[in-house]
Structure formats: structure tokens, C-alpha cells
Design a protein around this ligand. Structure first.
Ligand code: HEM
Length: 205
């Protein structure tokens, strides 16, 4: 019997997501290299440390703009409702493989992650611009630049931790990565993990 599939992401949505993901990897590698001497060798990925330093903020702006597009695509799917609260209160049950609540397109964990990503992105843009020596840092007192770079490092650490969980979940929940690669999920996946979204998409009870 032919497998029944539901479209979850269009091609433009997937391209948008992978642009953000590639930028994130480039930024994490170069950012860690600047942050911690033991990772300095990672600048070799860019040819020279100087080149890494030049590229990093430009890629940061590209990531922010691409994420902004994602924000406008998904913010309304990420508003918490009482089913998400139920899901969050029973997260240990969910981790054992049993879903809880009548979940829509995203569950409480994904929604929480989405808003943390938004906060990190905004903090990193503002603090990154203040610390961008070539163009903007000169307009601010050095104390402000130092403080901005401290917040920049904190939000980068939070974002890296979030993305590790995000990627782990994408592979751990079988059939999820296919949503962002091929754009589709199986009916079984949708019924199990996102029952309300499944009903909305298929019109089934
Ligand atoms: C680097 C490897 C990454 C992998 C393997 C990955 C994988 C995925 C997958 C499979 C989904 C679909 C989940 C679903 O439909 O239930 C997804 C959604 C999403 N991803 Fe990623 N992702 C990665 C990086 C990132 C990064 C760096 C960001 C942003 C900082 C990001 C932001 C998002 C957003 C906003 C969604 C939509 C979910 C929502 O709105 O709550 N992803 N990702």
C-alpha cells in the first residue's frame, strides 16, 4: 500500500530554514574560535583569523534576516495554549514515548524553543552591531561595547544549547527530519505527535 503523506513545509520554507542552519554553523565555529583560546584553531576553517573576523558579522546579519522571515512564517503557530501547558507539565511522560494533550502544529517544547530562539536572535543582533568594530563600535563608550559583547556571548551560549536540543529532537522523534528535508510527514507521525494539526490538515475526526 502506498504510504500516505502530509505536506508540512514548502520548498521556500525549507530553503529558508537551511539558510539559517548553515549560517548558524558558520557563526558557531567562528564565534567559539574568538571566545575561547582552545578553539582558536577553528579560524583555520575560514583561511585566516582575520578573514573569520570579517566574515562573522556579515553572516550574523544574513542569519538574522533569514530568521526574521521564519519568525513571520511561524509566530502564530507558536502561541501557547492550555494543551501545550498540559504537554509541558507531563514532559517526563512524553520523554518515555507517550504523547500528552491535543497538540497542534507544534508542541509546548517546540513553542518554548521558538521564543527562546527569537530572544537570542534579537539580543545577538543588537549586541553584535554594538560590538562591530569596523562600523559601529566607535559610536559607543568602551564599557558599553564590553557589556554588549558579554551579552552577545551569553545569548550565543544559550542559542547553541537550544540548537543542540533542537537537532537532537529532530533525529530522536522518528520521521521529523523528513519534514525539513522532503517537506512531508506520514499520517502516523502527524496523528501521534500533532493530533489537532492532523485533523486540521485531513478533515478527519
Ligand atoms: C543545524 C541543524 C538543524 C536541524 C537538523 C534542524 C531540524 C529541524 C526540523 C526537522 C524541523 C521541523 C520540526 C517539525 O516540523 O516538527 C525544524 C524546524 C524549525 N527549525 Fe530547525 N534545524 C536545525 C537548525 C536550526 C537553527 C540553527 C534554527 C534557528 C536558530 C532553526 C529554527 C527552526 C524553526 C524556527 C523551526 C520551526 C519550528 C517552530 O516554529 O517552532 N533550526 N528544524
Amino acid at each position: 500500500m502506498k504510504e500516505q503523506l502530509i505536506q508540512r513545509y514548502s520548498a521556500p520554507e525549507r530553503i529558508n530554514h537551511w539558510v539559517v542552519a548553515v549560517c548558524f554553523v558558520v557563526l558557531a565555529i567562528s564565534g567559539l574560535a574568538f571566545f575561547y583560546p582552545a578553539f582558536f584553531w577553528l579560524t583555520g576553517v575560514f583561511g585566516t583569523p582575520q578573514l573569520a573576523r570579517i566574515i562573522h558579522p556579515f553572516v550574523g546579519v544574513i542569519m538574522f534576516l533569514a530568521f526574521l522571515r521564519q519568525f513571520f512564517r511561524y509566530w502564530h503557530h507558536n502561541l501557547l495554549d492550555k494543551e501545550d501547558v498540559k504537554w509541558m507539565m507531563s514532559v517526563t511522560t512524553v520523554l518515555k514515548g507517550r504523547e500528552v494533550g491535543d497538540i497542534g502544529k507544534y508542541n509546548g517544547g517546540q513553542k518554548g524553543m521558538f521564543w527562546v530562539m527569537c530572544l537570542c536572535m534579537l539580543t545577538m543582533l543588537v549586541t553584535g552591531l554594538i560590538g562591530w568594530r569596523a562600523y559601529f563600535a566607535g559610536y559607543f563608550p568602551i564599557e558599553v561595547v564590553r557589556l554588549a559583547l558579554l551579552f552577545h556571548a551569553w545569548s550565543a551560549t544559550a542559542l547553541i544549547a537550544c540548537i543542540i536540543i533542537h537537532v537532537y529532537a529532530a533525529f530522536w522523534v522518528k520521521g521529523t527530519i523528513r519534514a525539513m528535508v522532503e517537506g512531508v510527514v506520514s499520517h502516523g507521525w502527524a496523528r501521534k505527535h500533532h493530533p489537532r494539526w492532523y485533523r486540521e490538515m485531513t478533515g478527519k475526526k
